[in-house]
Every structure is written in structure tokens, then in C-alpha cells.
Design a protein around this ligand. Structure first.
Ligand SMILES: Nc1nc2c(ncn2[C@@H]2O[C@H](COP(=O)(O)OP(=O)(O)OP(=O)(O)O)[C@@H](O)[C@H]2O)c(=O)[nH]1
Ligand SMILES: [Mg+2]
Length: 599
């Protein structure tokens, strides 16, 4: 059977996973029962479903008109850009999706740039043409300009464009002529991407992706570029560092629909997953035993951000989680390294704390959230960017930032970014909105999203991606307001919360259990303020008059995990348990905090 290996790439939310769903649905199934239906079938882990984003790339396939199309769905969020770059090594071509309203965005540029430089031919899909006020033709021109700017070859510039609405289940050569299915896209894929000529010869496969199962260990995934592999075949593993190791392939799987199917052997050209190779890494090659001929290895992403992880040592330790000891957490973190490639974990001189390094707040928060759901309790410190010394100068990661907001609010965005040492690089009006581009230190981005959302009543859309290391930009002011800190352990009395309302905004509900040193709200002024909200006032006459019923307390501000991480200061932790996020001072006692402040 002929094979096409196609990666679907785009900026976040431009509709990759929705399109892949429809492609699978449109395929031929030997058994009709196997045809999957539903929305975002591919975003199959809990976190992906809840957030509606793809976190890890996935391999699936469809059989269409007798050809097997392997499809690689990739994540669009910039924190996972390294993953996209890696899996492009499995592709013979890419489908670049672009939102017909938004047009090319920063991550479009990044993933397209990578694909072009790897010599892959692009097929452009202008998606979401059902959106009001969208401009498919202009967007198509912008994509062309972008390719030109990115030094596409003549052949690459000669790309076909398909228009449609993945959500409504159609693709067409002409956006003004909607269809009722997506076969025009599948037909184009078959016609445009030539079938790979299959190379005979010695086994050669670059490991570009991996999976992990507690039964079989690491599973190597990649495209078999030459020869074939069979069950129980002895092979040489050519490591990144040039050494050769003897191994034996155990089992082989290929991708069929959304399943992995065990097979006895695979021919060159197909994608497969193999077990039995112990201790391999991404970028290693599987080679013939007699004539090893490894492929060039792959560059891996370096982490740009770190966070301190500790065991939960708050007074509420162990109340809500199952796994709370340092042994549990250590094991879990090291297990994560089996498949989370951009992650690093470094043990510190204390057994109950680790430095965890990743690609950004989202990358790290996905890990924290996953652990929480599995029953872990942990505490994490303020995210810190990784500073490097380059040519004798202290350097920090700098990112490209795009903010899209109503025109009249653009001043707010420019001001907020400038304070955080960002520089505006471009500004473009678009249908009553303004698209503003900046370069800004990663440090400055922490906390910016929630600030802008409040300032713009939820209107600002912000995306950013890592650009490069640049010399340190100087001090960036932290949060203006201090914290409201509980002085006592107990239950938060509504009456006391009510009395303190003008002091700030609370993060806790009335009658919630709190402890000494917990951050229970934001001070309306600078500086921390200790408050006691656990005492019941002995004002019997007031209570008797039924004043508690009249207490009107503003609803608390409830943070998501990412908001907590972006909110805390360097003397605070987020306490994460299966049931709660709490913000606390690292030092719970006021006297200890005062002493350390003087020291
Ligand atoms: N109006 C409209 N919405 C669409 C269309 N295609 C997808 N969407 C919506 O866009 C949102 C994002 O779609 P996804 O398929 O998750 O996008 P994605 O590119 O996979 O996102 P990431 O994997 O996070 O990068 C969802 O709410 C979809 O329902 C379309 O053709 N028209
Ligand atoms: Mg997706």
C-alpha cells in the first residue's frame, strides 16, 4: 500500500485537532464499528479535554482510496514547540492550518519556518471560513508573503490552498463553494505529496518520539526510512554521542485509525512504534547490525524556566492527598522524565526539595496539575527564568509577544509591557482591534496575562513564544499589592471577613479552614498585612440583632493553578493538593519573616 506521512501544524487553536477528527471519520474502515465519532477525539487525556488544547503530539492514520495516510497531530502552544520540531522528522509533508480570521500568528511562523527549513512541502488549509468577517483571500496572501520571507524554495512557494471549516466538516478548493465533506483535502493530499520511493537496504530509523508504558518501558516511535524491521530482529542502536549498542527489537506496532496495531514487521516508509530497546533516547538511530548507518541526530530543547518543588509541609499536610512523602514525589518526578523530554529534575542538598526545569509556566503547570489529579500533594515556588552567561554577559530568555485587543485599550497593553521591559516591534489595526507585537524578557510575561485580562474585562488575547537569550534587561517591578496573611489557624468567620473587606480582596470563602501564614487575600496597598479573621467577635448585641445575615461579602477571587504560579512572590509557595490550591508564605510565622527580612 502507498503511504503518505503528513504533519498538521498551526498556531494554537487554529483547528488542527478538529480537522484530524474529521479526517479519521472520512477514512475507510474495514469494520464500520471502528469508525470513531465525537469531538476532539485525539485530545484524549483529561487535561487536554478540559483545556481544549493539545499537549502531546499524536500519530493516527486513515486509509483513503487505497492509500494509508499517517497523520501527526501536533500541539500549537509555544511551550510545546520543541515537540513539533521533533515530530516533523517523521513527516514527508505538512498541512499548515491558518485561521481565516486571525491569519498567520507567531507560532504559524515558527512551525512553518521549521518545516520549510527541513525541506518539507506545505499544503495550506485556510480554516474557519465560517467565521464572521473573516478574510480568506487576504489570509492566503499573507501566508504566501510569510513563506517568501522565510526563504521558501520555488517548489515550496508553489503550494496549493484548500479552504473550509473543520468544525462544520467541509473543505473545498473555493471557500465560496462550501461542500458537505472534507474529501477535497484528502484528494489534494494524495495528488500533491508524491508517494515516497521506498528504499531497500539496511534498516535505518531515527527515533523522533517516545511513549512509556509501565509494562514494556520506553517505546520508540519514528519513521522507518530504509529497509525493514521485524519482531525479534537484532539491531544496533546508534546513540546521540556516537556509541553503538546491541539490542533486540521485541514488538512492533503501526498506527491504524486511532489504534496501535501489533504487526510482525514493517516496510520502509511507514511510521511505527517498537519495544525492547532499553535506555534509548530521542535522536538515537536504529540500525542494521552489520552495516550501521545512523541518521543525523536531533537537537533537543533546553529548559528556560525553573521551579522549586517541595513536599507539602503546611499545617494541612496529608489531609487531602494520597502521596505526600519525599519518596513518593521523588519517584514520580523521575518517572516523568521517561517521557517528558523538555523536563529536567535536579535533586537539591535537601531530600524533600527538587529544582524542576521546563519550557515555560504552562509546561510545568501541566505536570503539577497531572500530579495533583493522581493524588499528590506538593508545594511549588515562584517560577524563575534560567539566566545564562554568554560571552561574559548575564543573559536571560526573551520572547516574542503578540497582544490582540480592542483598539481603544491598546495604550493599556503598551504601558503594561513597557513597564516590564518589553519593546513594541509592530502595531497593526484589524477590524476594530489592534494586534501589537513586542519583544519582552520571559520574566516580564509572568503575571502579565491576568493583569491584562482584568484591565481589559477579558478582551485581551495574548500569545508568546521563546525567541533567544539576550543580555539582562534590568529590574522588573513585581506585584504592586501586598498579601493579606492569616495570623491564626481556624475557620474564617464571615463577620471578620466582612469587617476587613475594605482592606483588600479575599481568596477564601467564608468558613473555609485556614492556617497561620496562609495568604488569604490581596492587600489593597503595597506591603504584606497580617490579619485575624478566625476570631469570633463577642459583640453579642450585634449578633443578636441578626447582623450576620446581612453580611454581604464580595465573592472570593478563585485562582487557577497557572494564575497562582504567576501571582506568587519569591517568599511564597503554592500549596497544591488534589482538592485545593492555597498560597502561603514560605515562613509561616510573622516573627520568622521579620527576622529573615532583617537578616
Ligand atoms: N468557527 C470555527 N471554529 C473552529 C473550526 N475548527 C475548529 N474550531 C474551534 O476552534 C477551537 C480550537 O480547535 P482545536 O481543533 O482544538 O485547535 P488546535 O489547533 O488543535 O489547538 P491546539 O492543539 O491547542 O493548538 C475549538 O473550539 C474548535 O471547535 C472552524 O472551522 N470554525
Ligand atoms: Mg490540538
Amino acid at each position: 500500500m502507498e503511504i503518505r506521512n503528513i504533519a498538521i501544524i498551526a498556531h494554537v487553536d487554529h483547528g488542527k485537532t478538529t480537522l484530524v477528527d474529521k479526517m479519521i471519520e472520512a477514512g475507510n474502515f474495514t469494520n464500520e464499528r471502528d469508525r470513531p465519532t465525537g469531538e476532539l477525539i485525539m485530545d484524549n487525556n483529561d487535561l487536554e479535554r478540559e483545556r481544549g488544547i493539545t499537549i502531546v503530539s499524536k500519530n493516527v492514520s486513515v486509509t483513503y482510496k487505497g492509500t494509508k495516510i499517517n497523520i501527526i497531530d501536533t500541539p500549537g502552544h509555544a511551550d510545546f514547540g520543541g515537540e513539533v520540531e521533533r515530530v516533523l522528522n517523521m513527516a514527508d509533508g505538512v498541512c499548515l492550518l491558518v485561521d481565516a480570521f486571525e491569519g498567520p500568528m507567531p507560532q504559524t511562523r515558527f512551525v512553518l519556518g521549521k518545516a520549510l527549513s527541513m525541506g518539507l512541502r506545505p499544503l495550506v488549509v485556510i480554516n474557519k471560513v465560517d467565521k464572521q468577517n473573516c478574510t480568506p483571500d487576504e489570509v492566503q496572501e499573507k501566508v504566501f508573503d510569510l513563506m517568501f520571507e522565510l526563504d521558501a524554495t520555488e517548489e515550496q512557494l508553489d503550494f496549493p490552498t484548500i479552504y473550509g471549516s473543520a468544525k462544520n466538516g467541509w473543505m473545498s478548493e473555493d471557500w465560496k463553494k462550501p461542500q458537505d465533506n472534507i474529501t477535497p483535502l484528502l484528494d489534494r493530499i494524495l495528488a500533491y505529496f508524491p508517494p515516497k520511493t521506498i528504499e531497500d537496504g539496511n534498516t535505518q530509523m531515527l527515533i523522533t518520539s517516545l511513549d512509556f508504558s509501565s509494562y514494556v518501558g520506553r517505546i520508540a516511535i519514528g519513521r522507518l526510512t530504509r529497509g525493514n524491521v521485524k519482531e525479534n530482529q537484532p539491531v544496533l542502536l546508534a546513540k546521540r554521542d556516537g556509541t553503538l549498542e546491541k539490542h533486540r527489537i521485541k514488538e512492533i506496532f503501526v498506527f491504524e485509525g486511532i489504534e496501535r496495531v501489533k504487526v510482525s514487521g514493517v516496510q520502509a516508509g511507514d511510521l511505527c512504534a517498537v519495544t525492547g530497546l532499553e535506555g534509548f533516547e530521542i535522536g538515537d538511530s536504529i540500525c542494521d547490525v552489520e552495516n550501521p548507518d545512523p541518521l543525523p541526530t536531533i537537537q533537543l530543547d533546553e529548559p528556560t524556566m525553573s521551579m522549586l518543588f517541595t513536599i507539602n509541609d503546611s499545617p494541612f499536610f496529608g489531609k487531602e492527598g494520597k502521596f505526600v512523602t519525599s519518596r513518593h514525589i521523588q519517584e514520580r518526578l523521575f518517572k516523568e522524565l521517561e517521557k517528558n523530554l523538555a523536563l529536567r529534575v535536579i535533586e537539591t542538598d535537601k531530600a524533600d526539595r527538587w529544582m524542576v526545569y521546563g519550557r515555560g509556566v504552562l509546561h510545568l503547570s501541566v505536570l503539577i496539575e497531572t500530579m495533583r489529579r493522581e493524588g499528590y500533594e506538593i508545594q511549588v515556588g515562584q517560577p524563575q527564568v534560567i539566566v545564562k552567561e554568554i560571552d561574559g554577559a548575564k543573559c536571560e530568555p526573551v520572547e516574542e509577544l503578540t497582544i490582540d485587543l480592542p483598539e481603544e485599550l491598546s495604550g493599556t497593553a503598551v504601558e503594561a509591557v513597557t513597564i516590564r521591559k518589553g519593546e513594541m516591534t509592530n502595531m497593526e489595526p484589524k477590524g476594530g482591534r489592534m494586534i501589537i507585537q513586542f519583544m519582552i524578557p520571559s520574566r516580564g510575561i509572568i503575571g502579565l496575562r491576568s493583569y491584562l485580562l482584568t484591565q481589559t474585562a477579558g478582551e485581551a488575547i495574548m500569545t508568546h513564544r521563546y525567541l533567544e537569550y539576550q543580555p539582562m534587561k534590568g529590574e522588573i517591578p513585581g506585584r504592586q499589592n501586598g498579601s493579606l496573611i492569616s495570623l491564626e489557624q481556624g475557620s474564617a468567620i464571615p463577620y471578620s471577613l466582612n469587617n476587613l473587606q475594605e482592606r483588600g480582596r479575599f481568596f477564601i470563602h467564608p468558613n473555609e479552614d485556614i492556617y497561620e501564614g496562609q495568604v488569604i487575600g490581596e492587600n489593597s496597598r503595597a506591603g504584606d498585612l497580617c490579619v485575624n479573621v478566625t476570631k469570633t467577635k463577642k459583640l453579642t448585641n450585634m449578633r443578636a440583632s441578626g447582623s450576620d445575615d446581612k453580611v454581604r461579602i464580595a465573592p472570593p477571587k478563585v485562582f487557577s493553578l497557572e494564575e497562582c504560579l504567576e501571582y506568587i512572590q519569591d517568599d511564597e509557595y503554592v500549596e497544591v493538593t488534589p482538592k485545593s490550591f492555597r498560597i502561603r508564605k514560605v515562613l509561616l510565622k510573622e516573627t520568622d519573616r521579620k527576622r529573615s527580612g532583617k537578616a
